[in-house]
Design a protein around this ligand. Structure first.
Ligand code: ATP
Length: 257
């Protein structure tokens, strides 16, 4: 589904990603872990289209996307939940999710707001789809409430719903558990588990190694911009190179994150 082939990107002469290669199969949850500065966010941004690779290719469902701007990648099926992303205040939960769905319509969100008659049917379909996405993340009962003031865990789930509304072929999650309390983390893990059961293809970039090992079929480990291991959770967590990379940062991130 998603193929990243020998992708490199440097900043100021230092490689943040170097010859990164990985393939995510349809329906797979792929974890990306690595110590601080390993290049996880860079990889996420390269796939999302916020930064461009200097070399290498990125393909989604067999089509190259690495030269497309971010919004065009979204249309091709790259769904994103940013690290620390905010919900739109002053809008209901349902409206927040409908914005995600409009990225995929011909009309777009501005035209939809004007609601010419020809688009009313599309609008109804989008609303139904947005409600379905809210239901998938367990927030349908709150659909008409304002999004501001939502607890952080629910904000994350709302962002997942917004990304799902764009009908992604692959869902990129950048540190979705960051800042969440233990109970919220558990709920998020359950949500990702449900998405996996539904067959959603997910690229999960996460500091929380425990969360990733419990959810991902395979894990790719980055260190200093390079892939140092790729395999099942038990394979990578017992890999000496991985253990060394985590211990080498001066703190036992693998144990406490
Ligand atoms: N926009 C940028 N400008 C300059 N250097 C950057 C930029 N983005 C990333 N880097 C550098 O690239 C390297 C990889 O950073 P990146 O943020 O991708 O790592 P990470 O694994 O996400 O780290 P963390 O876990 O701390 O978020 C780091 O050395 C970082 O300083």
């Amino acid at each position: 589904m998603l193929t990243i082939d020998r992708v490199s990107r440097s900043f100021g002469g230092v490689y943040a990603n170097r010859d990164v290669t990985l393939t995510v199969a349809e329906g797979e949850v792929r974890g990306i872990i690595g110590p601080n500065g390993a290049g996880k966010s860079t990889l996420f941004n390269l796939v999302a289209g916020h930064i461009r690779a200097e070399s290498g290719t990125i393909s989604l469902a067999g089509r190259r996307i690495d030269r497309l701007p971010a919004h065009a990648r979204a249309r091709q099926g790259v769904g994103i939940v940013f690290q620390g992303a905010r919900v739109f205040p002053g809008m209901s939960l349902l409206a927040n999710v409908m914005v995600g769905a409009h990225a995929h319509t011909r009309a777009g969100v501005v035209a939809a707001a004007l609601r010419p008659p020809s688009q009313r049917r599309e609008e109804r379909a989008i609303r139904a789809q947005a409600e379905d996405c809210l239901s998938r993340v367990g927030l349908l009962d709150w659909a008409s409430r304002p999004a501001e003031g939502l607890p952080l865990g629910q904000q994350r789930r709302l962002q997942v719903a917004r990304a799902l509304a764009g009908l992604p072929r692959v869902l990129l999650l950048d540190e979705p558990a960051s800042g969440l309390r233990a109970a919220e983390r558990q709920e998020l893990a359950e949500l990702i588990g449900e998405l996996r059961r539904d067959g959603t293809t997910i690229l999960l970039v996460e500091h929380d190694v425990g969360l990733v090992t419990s959810l991902a079929e395979r894990i790719t480990v980055l260190d200093l911009g390079r892939v140092i291991a790729d395999g099942t959770p038990s394979e990578v967590t017992s890999d000496p190179a991985v253990i060394k990379a985590y211990l080498g940062t001066g703190a036992s991130h693998a144990a406490d994150r």
